[in-house]
Design a protein around this ligand. Structure first.
Ligand code: AMP
Ligand code: ZN
Length: 648
């Protein structure tokens, strides 16, 4: 087993870190399977650095806080050459011969890894720098983090965990196809992944790391030497770095990186400049929050020029008509951009954007790039953009309300609006029908298999089999998901109907009060407006909606199809038994599953937390409760059992 582990870890390192595999995938798989078999037979012998720890799922209850032994620092920022020169002058006043190591500033999340006797024992997030979260189980699933080191060292190292652009694109593609919200950028995606409680998700998402600091005391003389040491220990270290003797060299590196930036396989947001000599670092010391021996040069937001070829006008769920520019393709922040939003008609008028103009596009935190402005001296054509007067989907007259920046189609039978409404209906916060994402809805709509939301419930497996790409298994799966959504608590349905101003939170408040949708349809405006945190706008919008004959017919059809119209969540009264208390569950319960117990507690007004802290008011403990129980006892927190919960 130990030979297999050593071999497999070497191969994995060659594959993930050095990008230089020496065996084929099938050879690796065969050895891996042999190890799995052995571990099945000798579970007590499973080695701490076995690659099998990296896959498969464990569902965590939450993350414990982790007190960093060595605090993580932040960095001073610079946005110009001048600020860098000022930094250099301050350093050179004391150390005229200083040299700097320039590294890429990786746009991910900082992580801290602690090894004892060469074995990874804790992986943690930065948190506020002194207290982070223990995410060891998740970091073990990041394949280029060594589980053991070649030497039995006690060492804490720091670096950045990020999502490569290729993984990001794959994850978003998957989410789009499944009607899940896409991540805005790789950084958010990495953060979301590391906070997953299901470790198998982390294993699937292909995160990676660059390590750059030895946080525990080191004998190395320089930052350069530290990086070399980390590389030898099996960590991934970014090779894109230089040792600069002057600010000219630093600046040349920055300019070169800015050119190459978009071709890197990961996102960076700047260059970090560090005094190379660790003794000099020590002498320079720290300000309150950042080292005086380092500075981060941040790149300006990326902008590019492109030519505006044409404009598409699309109709959203609420009838708003949005312009999107088609552009000559440009590289922006690592992706090819050929479409960008023009926001709305008023924006186009205000910026005087015309057809064939050269425009500046940029990408802020969003997925969709935007047009910033026109490069006026490059204008060759005076042709104004044609603003549509008719809906591109249904042809009815568009309205430009005085108090709105947008154009709107107000035809309730507009096909584009209906299609967008269907997508919204199936989405996660609404009916949450897994597998009924944008693409499938589009097909169902085009094939005229579904014309309104009630139509979703008339679909048969045979209907689905008619769609391109569907097989017996996938059709059955989607059919089952649709059927399951019938028994959702009705606030999902209410939100899914897409009534103006009625969001998911308002939907819940409304149904807590009126119990079911038919009741709500009969409610008086004043009754609704009187509810906490709702108002006249919502009340009027509901009245308008329910007054339409079409809405009544739709509700009747949904009821006939067996869709639940009643609120199933329990009412939380202000005087509920556990109102405002923070409760933690631990151990195995006899009658209730974890989720059921959690829901019960929440219905009693409790806030259910994953880990014990000073804020915990109460612990409900089942059998085999472990460290949480001990900790609760140490802190003197009240402890109760399942029978007590039942009695409530
Ligand atoms: P800021 O968050 O802007 O204060 O910048 C500090 C952060 O930059 C650190 O917490 C690290 O997570 C991150 N960082 C990324 N790459 C590096 C690097 N090569 N050296 C130091 N910090 C880095
Ligand atoms: Zn229309």
């Amino acid at each position: 087993m130990s030979q297999l582990v050593t071999l497999l870890n070497r191969y994995a390192h060659e594959y993930y870190t050095s990008d230089n595999p020496s065996v084929s995938d099938s050879e690796y798989d065969a050895l891996y399977r042999e190890l799995v078999e052995l571990e099945k037979d000798y579970p007590q012998e499973i080695l701490p650095d076995s690659p099998t720890h990296r896959v498969g799922g464990k569902v965590l209850e939450g993350f414990e806080k982790y007190q960093h032994q060595y605090p993580l620092y932040s960095l001073q920022d610079a946005f110009s050459r001048q600020e860098l020169d000022d930094f250099d002058n301050r350093v050179r006043k004391e150390f005229p011969k200083v040299s700097y190591l320039c590294e890429l500033k990786i746009d991910g999340l900082s992580i801290s890894l602690t090894y004892e006797n060469g074995v990874l024992v804790v992986g943690a997030t930065r948190g506020d720098g002194s207290v982070g979260e223990n995410i060891t189980e998740n970091l073990k699933r990041v394949k280029d983090i060594p589980l053991t080191l070649p030497e039995a060292l006690n060492i804490t190292v720091r670096g950045e965990c990020y999502m490569p652009r290729s993984s990001f694109d794959a994850v978003n593609q998957y989410r789009q196809e499944n009607g899940e919200p896409e991540f805005a950028n790789p950084r958010n995606a990495a953060a979301g992944t590391l906070r997953q409680l299901d470790t198998s998700v982390v294993a699937k998402r292909n995160l990676a790391t660059f390590l750059y600091q030895e946080a525990s005391p080191t004998n190395e003389p320089s930052q350069e030497a530290v990086l070399e040491k980390l590389g030898k220990l099996g960590f991934t270290v970014n090779a894109n770095r230089i040792l600069a003797q002057s600010m000219e060299q630093v600046w040349a590196f920055i300019e070169k990186i800015e050119q190459e930036r978009e071709h890197l396989p990961y996102d960076i947001d700047g260059v970090v400049i560090k005094v190379n000599d660790l003794e000099v670092q020590e002498e320079l010391g720290f300000t309150v929050k950042a080292p005086k021996w380092a500075i981060a040069y941040k790149f300006p937001a990326e902008e590019k020029e492109a030519q505006l070829l044409s404009v598409d006008w699309t109709v959203g769920r609420t009838g708003v008509v949005t312009p999107t520019a088609n552009l000559t393709p440009v590289q922006l922040a690592g992706t090819t951009v050929s479409r960008a939003t023009l926001h709305n008609v008023d924006y186009i008028a205000e910026k005087d954007i015309r057809l064939h103009d050269t425009v500046i596009v940029y990408k802020a935190g969003d997925i969709i790039p935007a047009v910033l402005c026109v490069v006026e001296n490059k204008r060759q054509n005076q042709e104004k953009l044609e603003i549509p007067s008719k809906c591109p989907s249904c042809g009815s007259e568009l309205i430009h309300f005085e108090d709105e920046v947008a154009l709107r189609c107000i035809n309730p039978l507009c096909p584009a609006q209906i299609k967008e409404g269907l997508i919204h209906f199936a989405s996660r916060d609404a009916m949450n029908i897994t597998g009924l994402g944008e693409k499938i809805v589009e097909k169902l709509f085009v094939e005229e298999l579904v014309k309104d939301v009630a139509g979703i419930y008339r679909l048969t497996v045979e209907d689905l089999l008619e769609l391109e790409g569907f097989k017996e298994k996938s059709a059955n799966k989607l059919y089952t998901a649709i059927q399951a959504s019938k028994s959702n608590s009705a606030e999902r349905l209410l939100f899914g109907l897409g009534i103006r101003h009625v969001g998911s939170k308002a939907s819940r408040i409304l149904l807590e009060k009126f119990h079911d949708i038919e009741n709500l349809a009969k409610a008086k405006q004043e009754e609704i407006a009187a509810l906490d945190s709702l108002g006249m706008v919502i009340a009027e919008s509901l009245e308008t909606y329910f007054a339409q004959e079409g809405s009544q017919i739709l509700l009747a059809e949904l009821r006939k199809a067996g869709v639940n119209l009643a609120y199933l969540g329990e009412k939380v009264a202000a005087d509920a038994a556990l109102s405002g208390m923070t409760v933690v569950l631990t151990g195995k319960l006899e009658k209730l599953t974890r989720t059921q117990a959690k829901e019960k507690l929440q219905s009693l007004g409790a806030n259910v937390a994953g880990s014990i802290s000073k804020k915990t008011d109460l612990v409900v403990a089942g059998s085999d409760a472990g460290s949480k129980l001990t900790k609760a006892q140490e802190l003197g927190i009240e402890i109760r059992d399942e029978a007590w919960l039942e009695s409530l």
